[in-house]
Design a protein around this ligand. Structure first.
Ligand code: A2P
Length: 272
């Protein structure tokens, strides 16, 4: 007598990325674009965290290619937004920049990160120093009502090479102020300071130069960095993070984490 074995049930990896739908794509320059994807009801994150994002595998690939991306949308939004650089030869972004509404994007299941409010001690002012696409986690945080519950003043700085690269942040801040949900909490607490390094602009120079010279503070009518009152988050390229962090530490601020909150947190913006 022969026995018929039933086929084993396919193994389901509970941590496998989910397939999400692209809802919108907007290109700013030949180097920058943003996109929105569907958000599974079970997907939870804290504003400022990042998650793995990728594209379904092609015939040549064994696995989908995934990269860490800061979530730019706030935790209350039913969509997920990302702000990305386009690297011409980048394994992921060279393909990702071609996505259109209706396409599929892979979304990791475990958002993580250090640029979160819980990693900082209470304070009076929250500085967010960003360059380029490093503004993304702050796009989430400045739309989170908790940011304004915790701080009297929120100062977002964004430094780019050229004016066109400021567009995303300028519209973001404008929309936050007008938002029916968050706008009232934001009031006049949010200060957006832009500077450029390779084109004319009212404020010129790297964030490190502006902190060192004191022009950043003079310009905004703010006192110099003070560990008793000020908290700092930093996001940009690796060099920008290292240099800005070292400078902020000279004012007496120390690095915090989820388990040991302090005055300063950093995170690199992931590019690929
Ligand atoms: P710069 O034009 O002087 O290089 P990128 O697109 O290369 O990430 O740069 C974004 C912005 O960050 C640019 O304005 C750039 O200035 C600035 N930047 C680059 N490296 C640093 C650094 N080590 N410290 C501070 N700002 C930096």
């Amino acid at each position: 007598m022969s026995t018929v074995e039933s086929a084993p049930a396919p193994k389901v990896n509970p941590n496998a990325p989910t397939e999400e739908t692209v809802l919108s794509v907007e290109h700013y320059t030949d180097r920058l674009f943003r996109f929105e994807i569907s958000r599974p009801a079970s997907f939870r994150f804290r504003s400022g965290e990042f998650v793995m994002i990728g594209l379904p595998k092609t015939e040549e690939q064994r696995k989908p290619l995934l990269r860490a991306y800061s979530i730019a949308s706030p935790a209350w939004d039913d969509k997920l937004e990302f702000y990305s650089i386009k690297v011409p030869d980048g394994p992921l972004t060279s393909r990702l920049q071609k996505i259109k509404a209706g396409d599929t994007v892979m979304l990791g299941k475990k958002p993580v990160g250090t640029l979160v409010l819980d990693a900082l001690l209470p304070g009076k002012r929250l500085y967010m120093f960003s360059t380029g696409t490093g503004i993304a986690p702050f796009a989430s945080l400045i739309r989170d009502p908790e940011t304004y519950e915790r701080y009297d003043e929120v100062i977002l700085t964004h430094t780019c090479r050229q004016a066109a690269e400021l567009s995303y942040g300028l519209r973001l801040v404008n929309d936050v102020r007008e938002d029916p949900l968050v706008g009232e909490m934001v009031g006049d607490k949010l200060l957006h300071i832009t500077s450029l390094t390779r084109e004319e602009h009212p404020l010129k120079g790297r964030i490190t130069t502006l902190i060192k010279s004191g022009d950043l503070f003079k310009n905004a009518g703010l006192p110099p960095l003070n560990p008793a009152e000020d908290r700092v988050m930093i996001c940009g390229s690796m060099d920008m993070i290292n240099d800005t962090k070292a400078l902020v530490e000279t004012f007496g601020l120390t690095e915090g984490s989820n388990s040991k909150p302090a005055e300063l947190v950093v995170e690199k913006s992931f590019v690929g």
